[in-house]
Design a binder for this molecule. Structure first.
Ligand SMILES: [Ca+2]
Length: 154
Protein backbone atom coordinates (compact mmCIF):
# COMPACT_ATOMS: atom_id res chain seq x y z
CA UNK A 1 0.00 0.00 0.00
CA UNK A 2 1.11 3.53 -0.63
CA UNK A 3 2.25 5.75 2.18
CA UNK A 4 -0.76 8.00 1.56
CA UNK A 5 -3.23 5.12 1.94
CA UNK A 6 -1.55 4.01 5.15
CA UNK A 7 -1.68 7.55 6.50
CA UNK A 8 -5.38 7.79 5.63
CA UNK A 9 -6.11 4.45 7.29
CA UNK A 10 -4.30 5.55 10.43
CA UNK A 11 -6.19 8.85 10.53
CA UNK A 12 -9.54 7.10 9.95
CA UNK A 13 -9.05 4.49 12.65
CA UNK A 14 -7.99 7.19 15.11
CA UNK A 15 -11.21 9.11 14.40
CA UNK A 16 -13.45 6.04 14.57
CA UNK A 17 -11.90 4.57 17.69
CA UNK A 18 -11.94 7.94 19.46
CA UNK A 19 -9.48 6.43 21.94
CA UNK A 20 -12.35 5.51 24.22
CA UNK A 21 -11.86 2.54 26.56
CA UNK A 22 -14.69 0.00 26.57
CA UNK A 23 -17.56 0.19 27.42
CA UNK A 24 -17.30 3.81 26.22
CA UNK A 25 -17.93 4.96 22.65
CA UNK A 26 -16.83 8.20 21.03
CA UNK A 27 -19.24 11.11 21.56
CA UNK A 28 -17.05 13.53 19.60
CA UNK A 29 -13.32 13.91 18.97
CA UNK A 30 -12.47 14.60 22.59
CA UNK A 31 -15.11 12.86 24.64
CA UNK A 32 -16.44 9.37 25.29
CA UNK A 33 -19.96 8.27 26.31
CA UNK A 34 -21.20 5.20 28.18
CA UNK A 35 -24.96 4.75 28.27
CA UNK A 36 -25.94 1.79 30.44
CA UNK A 37 -29.43 0.68 29.34
CA UNK A 38 -29.59 -2.38 31.58
CA UNK A 39 -29.51 -1.30 35.22
CA UNK A 40 -31.42 1.61 36.74
CA UNK A 41 -29.91 3.35 39.77
CA UNK A 42 -30.87 6.02 42.23
CA UNK A 43 -28.96 9.28 41.72
CA UNK A 44 -26.09 8.61 44.13
CA UNK A 45 -25.61 5.07 42.82
CA UNK A 46 -25.51 6.46 39.27
CA UNK A 47 -22.81 8.94 40.34
CA UNK A 48 -20.83 6.05 41.86
CA UNK A 49 -21.41 3.82 38.82
CA UNK A 50 -19.83 6.43 36.53
CA UNK A 51 -16.95 7.02 38.93
CA UNK A 52 -16.27 3.27 38.96
CA UNK A 53 -16.04 3.43 35.19
CA UNK A 54 -13.62 6.36 35.18
CA UNK A 55 -16.17 8.95 34.17
CA UNK A 56 -18.69 11.47 35.46
CA UNK A 57 -22.47 11.25 35.50
CA UNK A 58 -23.83 13.26 32.56
CA UNK A 59 -23.31 16.98 33.19
CA UNK A 60 -23.41 19.69 30.54
CA UNK A 61 -24.24 23.36 30.22
CA UNK A 62 -23.89 23.85 26.46
CA UNK A 63 -26.35 23.18 23.65
CA UNK A 64 -23.82 21.31 21.51
CA UNK A 65 -23.41 18.61 24.15
CA UNK A 66 -27.16 18.48 24.68
CA UNK A 67 -27.64 17.90 20.94
CA UNK A 68 -24.97 15.19 20.77
CA UNK A 69 -26.34 13.33 23.79
CA UNK A 70 -29.92 13.76 22.56
CA UNK A 71 -29.04 12.28 19.16
CA UNK A 72 -27.20 9.43 20.87
CA UNK A 73 -30.21 8.59 23.07
CA UNK A 74 -32.63 8.89 20.17
CA UNK A 75 -30.58 6.71 17.83
CA UNK A 76 -32.13 3.51 19.26
CA UNK A 77 -35.76 2.93 20.23
CA UNK A 78 -34.87 1.16 23.48
CA UNK A 79 -32.57 3.96 24.62
CA UNK A 80 -35.04 6.64 23.47
CA UNK A 81 -37.67 5.13 25.79
CA UNK A 82 -35.70 5.68 29.01
CA UNK A 83 -35.16 8.36 31.67
CA UNK A 84 -31.54 9.43 32.37
CA UNK A 85 -29.95 11.14 35.33
CA UNK A 86 -28.25 14.49 35.01
CA UNK A 87 -25.39 15.01 37.46
CA UNK A 88 -27.10 18.03 39.00
CA UNK A 89 -29.08 18.49 42.20
CA UNK A 90 -30.40 21.19 44.50
CA UNK A 91 -30.33 19.17 47.71
CA UNK A 92 -27.99 21.50 49.64
CA UNK A 93 -30.03 24.62 48.92
CA UNK A 94 -33.49 24.47 47.32
CA UNK A 95 -33.44 26.07 43.89
CA UNK A 96 -29.64 26.25 43.63
CA UNK A 97 -28.79 23.53 41.11
CA UNK A 98 -25.18 22.42 41.11
CA UNK A 99 -23.25 19.78 39.22
CA UNK A 100 -21.21 17.13 41.02
CA UNK A 101 -18.07 19.31 40.72
CA UNK A 102 -19.84 22.22 42.43
CA UNK A 103 -20.33 24.39 39.34
CA UNK A 104 -23.76 25.90 38.76
CA UNK A 105 -26.07 24.08 36.38
CA UNK A 106 -27.81 26.15 33.70
CA UNK A 107 -31.42 27.12 34.34
CA UNK A 108 -34.35 27.60 31.99
CA UNK A 109 -34.94 26.66 28.37
CA UNK A 110 -33.48 24.93 26.39
CA UNK A 111 -32.06 22.63 29.07
CA UNK A 112 -35.08 22.36 31.36
CA UNK A 113 -38.59 21.68 30.16
CA UNK A 114 -40.47 24.99 30.17
CA UNK A 115 -41.62 25.62 33.75
CA UNK A 116 -39.16 23.15 35.32
CA UNK A 117 -37.85 22.60 37.91
CA UNK A 118 -41.14 22.99 39.76
CA UNK A 119 -41.51 20.29 42.42
CA UNK A 120 -39.82 21.82 45.46
CA UNK A 121 -37.71 20.29 48.16
CA UNK A 122 -38.74 16.66 47.67
CA UNK A 123 -37.43 16.65 44.09
CA UNK A 124 -33.76 17.51 44.22
CA UNK A 125 -32.14 15.67 41.30
CA UNK A 126 -32.48 16.25 37.56
CA UNK A 127 -33.27 13.84 34.75
CA UNK A 128 -33.61 13.93 30.98
CA UNK A 129 -37.15 12.54 30.73
CA UNK A 130 -38.33 10.61 27.68
CA UNK A 131 -41.94 11.77 28.20
CA UNK A 132 -40.75 15.36 27.73
CA UNK A 133 -38.51 14.91 24.68
CA UNK A 134 -35.55 14.43 27.05
CA UNK A 135 -35.66 17.94 28.43
CA UNK A 136 -34.65 18.16 32.09
CA UNK A 137 -37.17 17.91 34.91
CA UNK A 138 -36.65 17.64 38.67
CA UNK A 139 -37.00 14.13 40.08
CA UNK A 140 -36.75 12.38 43.42
CA UNK A 141 -33.10 11.42 44.05
CA UNK A 142 -34.23 8.08 45.50
CA UNK A 143 -36.13 7.16 42.32
CA UNK A 144 -34.37 5.05 39.74
CA UNK A 145 -33.29 6.10 36.25
CA UNK A 146 -30.56 5.10 33.84
CA UNK A 147 -27.04 6.42 33.76
CA UNK A 148 -24.96 8.11 31.08
CA UNK A 149 -21.29 8.61 31.91
CA UNK A 150 -18.91 10.95 30.09
CA UNK A 151 -15.13 10.97 30.15
CA UNK A 152 -12.37 12.55 28.11
CA UNK A 153 -10.88 10.53 25.28
CA UNK A 154 -7.29 9.52 25.92
CA1 LIG B 1 -35.63 20.86 44.60
Amino acid sequence: MSRLVLALLAATSALVAGDCPLPYEALDEGRCIFLDPFVAFNWQAAVDHCKTHGGTLLSYSDCDTFALVYDYIRSQDYTAAKVYWIGARDEAEEGLWKFIDGTLAPMGVPFWLNGEPNSGNKYNCAVMHNTYNHYWIDYQCTSTAFSICLRDAS
